[in-house]
Design a protein around this ligand. Structure first.
Ligand SMILES: C[S@@+](CC[C@H](N)C(=O)[O-])C[C@H]1O[C@@H](n2cnc3c(N)ncnc32)[C@H](O)[C@@H]1O
Length: 201
């Protein structure tokens, strides 16, 4: 049997802890896509919206020697993430920002560019956030977004149930922008809750 390294064992423990407690972390399918991107392109300057307890940022930091800026509005989750990064020995390469992405992004990204952006915070905000971030995403930079088909309601043009209408309409607008703006080569993977991958032209 191949021995499991300490970082991988701790990651698995964190993954299972999150799933058992319904703490939202990226889907297993999205993690596979994320890992492939990092193994292939080894991004160096990463921005993540939605840190949660630091699972996906740890995955990224363990594969590539990247520097990550990540923003999260929940202070307790940020604290848990920092503990995890310290145990994994990656904390010096991860800058955590506590606050609402809408209020903090401008300061976080000022004067910086990124070759990988992971949108995984408020689903309704994806398009607004992407348009704001565009000047900070390098040509050829990759944007990964989880949950873009939102319970399968985003597919087609049916009228969504009232309580999901805003998020579904916003997500349709976002996917339309990704595919029609001419700024990205993009595809949507119809697995889990939908995963979008785009490369900035
Ligand atoms: C799906 S989880 C992120 C999971 C994480 N990327 C991972 O895979 O380990 C989404 C996180 O985004 C945070 N969030 C939602 N809206 C936000 C906002 N407007 N600004 C900052 N964080 C936000 C939530 O508190 C939640 O922890």
């Amino acid at each position: 049997m191949t021995p499991v390294s300490y970082p991988q064992a701790l990651l698995k423990q964190t993954h299972d802890y999150a799933r058992e407690r319904y703490i939202m972390i990226l889907s297993d399918e999205c993690e596979i896509v994320l890992r492939k991107i990092f193994e292939t392109y080894s991004p160096k300057r990463v921005l993540e919206i939605g840190t949660a307890i630091g699972y996906s940022s740890s995955v990224m930091a363990l594969i590539s020697d990247c520097v990550i800026d990540t923003v999260e509005k929940d202070g307790e989750r940020i604290a848990a993430a920092k503990e995890l990064w310290t145990k994994l020995g990656v904390s010096e390469r991860i800058n955590a920002y506590h606050g609402d992405a809408d209020g903090t992004l401008a300061d976080i990204v000022e004067g910086k560019t990124y070759d990988f952006v992971f949108l995984d915070g408020a689903k309704s905000a994806y398009r607004r956030q992407l348009e704001f971030l565009e000047p900070h995403i390098e040509k050829g930079g990759i944007v990964l977004c989880d949950d873009v088909l939102y319970l399968g309601l985003v597919k087609g043009d049916g009228v969504p149930p009232h309580k999901h209408r805003t998020i579904v309409n916003n997500m349709r607008g976002f996917l339309n922008y990704l595919s029609q703006s001419g700024k990205y080569d993009s595809r949507v993977i119809d697995e889990a809750n939908g995963i979008a991958v785009a490369r900035k032209k």
